[in-house]
Design a protein around this ligand. Sequence first.
Ligand code: GTP
Length: 362
Amino acid sequence: MKAVILAGGEATRLRPLTCNTPKMMVPVLNRPFLEHLVRYLKGHRIVDVVLAVGKLSGQLHDYLGDGSRLGVSIACSEEPFPMGTAGAVKNAESLLDDSFLVFNGDIFTDIDLTAMIRAHRQNRAMATLALTPVEDPTIYGVVETDDRGRVTRFSEKPRREEVTTNVINAGIYILEPAVLSYIKPDAFSMFERDVFPQLLEKGHAIHGYQSSEYWIDIGTPDKYLRLQHDLLRRSVCDGGTVIATESSLHPSARIEGPVMIGRACSLEANCTIKGPAVLGAGCRVEEEAVVEGAMIWQDCTIGRGARLRNCLVASSCSVGEESEVLDGCILGDEVLIGRRNKLSNGIRIWPGRSIQPDTISF
Ligand code: GTP
């Protein structure tokens, strides 16, 4: 089965991380998010991928090539303007012939796609939607089903008093090609708002495939951070540490796992890395600095005595001596924080900005 990955969104909520980097290329445990998604699809024997993008970024193109390096075949479908989730799939119609899978490009999940495909075929459904339970359904598209699993109603971002179930649309669909005839060509449209309700109205069978396997979308910084914390806890065994080659650790550097340290990093005397934490390739953590719960992309320098806690730091940043970057703060690429600043409460600093020494205490 072919998969269409939707990767043409603006990714505004992840800015400034996504100012220079497409959402699919943001690193998760030091690999582009896209690579995790492709490996997952491959694990379910899905190796024909159509990437629906607004404009193919140079980074995505360079990374993907034709997909052979990742063991899959990748075709790109570019949109002349943002066409929405359904419009983007319609735009790729010429690349689709049989039943196909649609995947929101910012989802990380363990949902059993093989079983979902089997259920779709057994039910002879026109569309099968993966459904997942969440704590707060009011920010998602809620999906109601009957006792045979057939979808009866959609409600987008319902108010709390309207909520009838905590089961939401997980952003993964299996569709029959006939669904494409319900999508207007060359126009913006969304599956959940414009297409699925129409299918229901016409009496087509839409089934839900409910799963409580791990599911998260990396649409917001807190969820992007949470995914990496979750993956570190489960993949770096027993609170251990993964250290890539060419890294140098001073004997007095303290590491409390789970921690992942990229290639060619340098950890200087008495610094502390407290997991869950990730350092990208080429980072330097200077003497007495403390990094705790943070995700740092490549080529960053954390100055002497600086402190980073539960924050996100993009590539080539420098945090000055004794500065603090704390809870929920995000630094875009090439941000320079001069010494003795304190950033907290989710401050976001845009790429290339410099903060002079001793100026921010927030
Ligand atoms: P925000 O701007 O932060 O809301 O992010 P987003 O633009 O990625 O939107 P959202 O999280 O709602 O999108 C979910 C998935 O659909 C993401 O993988 C997007 O890349 C994708 N997507 C959203 N709109 C479009 C579109 O117009 N075209 C394509 N090809 N994909 C889209």
